[in-house]
Design a protein around this ligand. Structure first.
Ligand SMILES: [Zn+2]
Length: 136
């Protein structure tokens, strides 16, 4: 069981229930549905409601289920969304993930620095979004 807490960056509502992060997703047809993510970084298993359709490669807009904020990063043309993670020491990180269905990219950021990267993609194309290169 993951102890980390996950918060909306806008309203700081808790997004984790039991062992899932809960988002409202909107696909390219502007249909909305509930999406569940694993809180385990680098685990891309995703569950969504049956009447909500996601096509591989499609852009999904992630919204906070509490305040409806769009979670996409505004400072990059890349399709990335972010949440706040608070670990059991109380340290806060930004967890950034791809909004493209099937794209496995997760970036852990602290104080504007990349501290970790998960996924199959080449991380270098994402690194110039933040201040410095990672130390992994
Ligand atoms: Zn919110």
């Amino acid at each position: 069981m993951q102890k980390n807490r996950f918060l909306c960056p806008q309203c700081r509502a808790e997004l984790k229930i039991k062992n899932s992060l809960i988002f409202v997703g909107q696909n390219e047809k502007k249909e909305r549905g509930i999406i569940l993510f694993s809180p385990e970084l680098g685990n891309y298993q995703l569950v969504h409601t049956q009447d909500f359709h996601i096509t591989e490669g499609e852009h999904i807009a992630f919204h906070c289920p509490v305040c409806q904020a769009d979670l996409s990063l505004k400072n990059t043309p890349k399709h990335l969304a972010e949440v706040i993670m608070v670990d059991d020491m109380g340290e806060e990180y930004e967890i950034v993930f791809s909004e493209i269905a099937g794209n496995r990219t997760t970036i852990q950021v602290k104080d504007n620095k990349v501290v970790d990267f998960y996924g199959d993609d080449d991380p270098s194309e994402y690194m110039n979004i933040w201040g410095s290169s990672p130390n992994y």
